[in-house]
Design a binder for this molecule. Structure first.
Ligand SMILES: *Cc1c(COP(=O)(O)O)cnc(C)c1O
Length: 479
């Protein structure tokens, strides 16, 4: 057992693993969507000490069923409607397996030319599928790169923006970035990591109805900072916020950025991939004219396993200037020739996984048609759910639902807002405890809203209908 697994043993156990996954996916509806594990329960079921002698692989599989599965929240369950559902798919899982099998570390071109060049092709393909501007393509001054998450992508965009604004993180100058109350928290985290400091993250007001950033107030805040000797580095506009899928006016924000020479970063982590459908291309209005960087996550809505986030830049030079570093042990002829891309200069870590394989495998399996069908099905199911909510006098619907997220709240007659929020949250707990579905919540103004996000590939109309029946019944009993 202490020997390496031979290729023949790998073949045998590999088949067992693929069978295990296929069985899991075939029976996933039998599990409670949200894990019922109590804190510490899984840990207590595991040995406190590592084995001295190797064990048969079957023991791992047995413990997977016995110990791990009860602690799993089933993100691929068709009744998983919380956050944004996972977008794992067969071709993506297999692409990831191939990446593990090759064991490649793609830090520079020379460490596996195909890891770099396939990534270049795939991000260019995706830019084409989403009809993103041609200056995001790698054969221009711009280009795309696969990151682990939108958080990392936004962090490197902040670093590139500081670079272009004339400095480097930690150069003693004060930089500011501009977000709204609806911007993802990763931007504030990026500002902290980049040394900007949370106190120089300006929160621009939003329109109380649309929750979209107010470009006039953005301009005013920038003017104040400039007058105070602070250098504005970056504005983040969001297309499809995490909370409610609100959309910032990218073109108008872009005009402010252009006039003042500030980097415009567009965070379309969830919604960006929907532009694979021509009827949704309007969401990117202003991107071609103004965006310096743009991020979207195929792992959120484009059938690709976590992790896969694509960042594009209109000009890659400031990013590479900010992040390039060349120790002697990485010097090589290909890099020196300037003919190749070294993606280590486009990200925080040195090492990088061969993530392009899973995205390549997804795009080839589904084709543009299949990708569009997935997005359209999410939008259609969300619209059907919204119609059910709208028709019920006990519920209020947030009418803005251009994508696959629907926000809504039950009405609790005679209750204060605080009590109504409590009642909504306890309704949510009872629903999630049932194991039959999983929803999450958000807050808009001072009101708690429930969020139902469609997007898991296995979700069908019957799951959405069943979720609604349960929500409605639970509410009617509680009222
Ligand atoms: C989910 C989300 C993020 C964070 O994505 P990660 O890839 O998990 O870092 C950022 N921005 C928006 C708008 C999101 O919805």
């Amino acid at each position: 057992m202490s020997e390496h697994m031979t290729p023949e043993e790998f073949r045998e156990h590999g088949k067992q693993v693929v069978d295990w996954i296929a069985d899991y996916l075939a029976t996933i509806e039998d599990y409670p969507v949200r894990s019922r594990a109590r804190p510490g329960e899984i840990r207590a079921a595991l040995p406190a000490h590592p084995p001295e002698q190797g064990e048969p692989f079957e023991s791992v599989l047995a413990d997977l069923d016995r110990v791990v599965l009860p602690g799993i929240t089933h993100w691929q369950h068709p009744s998983f409607f919380a956050y944004f559902p996972a977008n794992a798919s067969g071709p993506a899982i297999l692409g990831d397996l191939l990446s593990a099998g090759l064991g490649v570390q793609g830090m520079v071109w020379a460490t596996s030319p195909a890891c770099t060049e396939l990534e270049t092709v795939v991000v260019d393909w995706l830019a084409e599928l989403l009809d993103l501007p041609s200056h995001f393509r790698t054969d221009t001054a711009g280009g795309g790169v696969i990151q682990d998450s939108a958080s990392s992508a936004s962090l490197v965009a902040v670093l590139a923006a500081i670079q272009r604004a004339g400095g480097r993180a930690g150069d003693g100058r004060r930089y500011s970035i501009y977000v709204s109350s609806q911007t993802h928290s990763s931007l504030e985290k990026a500002a902290r990591i980049a040394g900007i400091g949370a106190e120089y993250v300006r929160a621009v007001d939003v329109d109380p109805d649309t929750l979209a950033m107010d470009p006039a107030q953005l301009d005013a805040l920038i003017a104040e900072d400039v007058a105070a000797g602070v250098t504005p580095a970056l504005v983040c506009a969001t297309i499809g916020t995490t909370s409610t899928t609100a959309i910032d006016p990218v073109a108008r924000i872009g005009e402010v950025c252009r006039a003042r020479g500030i980097w415009l970063h567009v965070d379309a982590a969830y919604a960006g991939v929907s532009a694979v459908c021509p009827e949704l291309r309007w969401i990117n209005e202003g991107v071609a004219a103004f965006a310096d960087s743009y991020v979207t996550n195929p792992h959120k809505w484009l059938l690709t396993n976590f992790d896969c986030s694509v960042l594009w830049l209109a000009d890659r030079a400031p990013l590479i200037e900010a992040l390039s570093i060349l120790p002697e042990y990485l010097r090589n002829a290909a890099s020196a020739s300037g003919e190749v891309i070294d993606y280590r200069d486009w990200q925080i870590p040195l090492g990088r996984r061969f993530r392009a394989l899973k995205l390549w495998s997804v795009i080839r399996w589904y084709g543009a048609e299949g990708l569009r069908a997935h997005v359209r099905s999410g939008i259609e199911l969300a619209a059907k759910f919204a119609a059910l909510v709208r028709a019920h006098p006990g519920f209020r619907l947030l009418e803005h639902h251009p994508f696959s997220l629907v926000c809504f709240r039950p009405v609790w007659p005679g209750m204060s807002t605080a009590d109504a929020n409590e009642a909504t949250l306890s309704l949510l707990e009872r629903l999630n405890d049932s194991g039959q579905l999983y929803l999450s919540h958000t807050k808009v103004g001072d009101e708690v809203l429930l969020r139902l996000a469609v997007g898991a590939p296995m979700t069908q109309l019957r799951h959405v209908q069943a979720a609604w029946d349960r929500i409605r019944t639970e509410y009617e009993q509680a009222r």
